[in-house]
Design a protein around this ligand. Structure first.
Ligand SMILES: C[S@@+](CC[C@H](N)C(=O)[O-])C[C@H]1O[C@@H](n2cnc3c(N)ncnc32)[C@H](O)[C@@H]1O
Length: 410
């Protein structure tokens, strides 16, 4: 790209928001991806980068704002890499996320039928984030998040999406810890009984983060800042209900089970449950959480955890475990998978198809990889029964989606 291209500015109309949260526009034979845009904005943009017929652009002037555009409330918005949807009213954020999911299902998975996709709003559009990673740059003394598109640190004194306990922790780190003692990366997560903080220097994780817990529905989960736990705790009970629906039976498998968020409620409904997770720290927590999960007798139901209930947590990569066990573990009534953003690997999908569970619940934090994987599952003999979205990450383009499938022939 030459320097004239770097200077180029164009007036464009934003057509809609795309997966990844960027605005789509067309000008001078190019497709433009415009960051921090709102649908129907008319804006002057500068081209930041060109790749063939595609250009990446940023807004330098809002000529006519979209009807759903609002003044971003956070003073760091645009510089901080954390949020990219604050320019949209909350309703418009939800609409955009729903459209992004349907776009992925249609374009990637070729799902034609208009699927009803309810989106569950976050009870709190601000102060919802119970897990965060902060960066510290000793050379500038900045503590906060990476800036948009770089590894420079944006100094953030107040983060409007953090739960108050984490905001307080951020302030304590800033005000009470001498800067020479602050590590490069700090992970923090809030529970019912406090905040767990873990430090990482040069990619090396410390191993002394306090263990905390969170009660969600009927279950108590222990975890620490050294491993994964979901971000928006207020939505988790509804998400678990949607993911499990009325599933009950003899055997269930929970792939990428983490500390057992879905494994515990599954253990109340199925006689045999197997959780598979690669991170040994998470599987330790999952075993502990299951061991301490007390039987609950639900009114009118005989599905409480019984004495002959069998639960196993396996520390393994999902693809490896499936390739060894999918032909030997017998009939599986229900399989839940909740992979990282990259989705399931080919080997994982092949193993799931070989296992042939009667029902699948796919919990995903990336609609594009979800659609890619649904296409393979549908081609492998499953039909898509329902899709529901959860706004786990307000003020960002990220969204959690749950797709339920059933085997068309067993
Ligand atoms: C999105 S988290 C879900 C965790 C859990 N279901 C929950 O909701 O808390 C994805 C999990 O997959 C694990 N993971 C990533 N790749 C994996 C793999 N190939 N095999 C097994 N686990 C994996 C991560 O360690 C992480 O705990």
């Amino acid at each position: 790209m030459d320097s004239t291209e770097q200077q180029e500015t164009l007036e464009v109309k934003i057509e809609r928001l795309l997966p990844g949260g960027v605005g789509l526009a067309h000008a001078e034979g190019r497709t433009l991806f415009v960051s921090l845009a709102a649908p129907d904005d008319i804006v002057r943009v500068k081209i930041d980068r060109v790749s063939g017929k595609v250009a990446f652009a940023s807004i330098i002037e809002i000529i006519k704002p979209s009807p759903v555009r609002i003044e971003p409330p956070c003073p760091y918005f645009g510089l901080c890499g954390g949020c990219d949807f604050q320019q949209l009213s909350y309703e418009a954020q939800l609409d955009a996320k729903k459209e992004i999911i349907l776009d992925c299902l249609h374009r990637i998975a070729k799902i034609e039928a208009p699927l009803e996709t309810p989106i569950h709003a976050s009870p709190k559009p601000w102060q919802y984030r119970a897990r965060a990673t902060w960066q510290f740059d000793r050379s500038t003394n900045r503590l906060g998040y990476f800036t948009r598109g770089s590894n420079n640190v944006c100094d953030v004194e107040y983060c409007a999406v953090l739960v108050p306990e984490l905001q307080q922790t951020l302030e304590e780190l800033r005000n009470e810890i001498p800067s020479e003692q602050l590590p490069k990366h700090i992970d923090a997560v809030a529970g019912d009984d406090g905040v767990s903080v873990a430090v990482r220097n040069a990619g090396v994780q410390g191993h002394n983060a306090p263990i905390i817990s969170r009660r969600i529905g009927n279950e108590t989960y222990q975890f620490s800042a050294e491993g994964f736990f979901q971000i928006n705790h207020d939505l988790l009970e509804a998400m678990i209900e949607t993911a499990l629906g009325d599933a009950e039976g003899k055997a269930a498998v929970d792939l990428y089970c983490g500390v057992g968020l879905f494994t515990l409620p599954l253990a109340r409904r199925f006689e045999r449950v197997i959780g598979v997770e690669a991170n040994p720290l998470a599987t330790d927590f999952a075993r502990r959480n299951l061991a301490e999960c007390t039987p609950i007798v639900r009114e009118g139901a005989d599905s409480a955890r019984s004495e002959n209930q069998e639960t196993e947590i396996v520390t393994a990569r999902v693809g490896d475990w499936l390739s060894q066990h999918s032909n030997s573990i017998g009939t599986v009534d229900f399989l839940l998978l909740d992979p990282p953003r990259t989705g399931a690997e080919n080997k994982d999908i092949a193993g799931i198809l070989a296992l042939r569970p009667r029902q699948i619940s796919y919990v995903s934090c990336d609609p594009a990889t979800l659609a890619r994987d649904l296409k393979k599952l549908i081609a492998g003999g499953y039909s898509l029964d329902s899709v529901a979205a959860f706004d786990m990450f307000p003020q960002t383009h990220h969204v959690e989606t749950i797709a339920r499938l059933s085997a068309t022939s067993v």
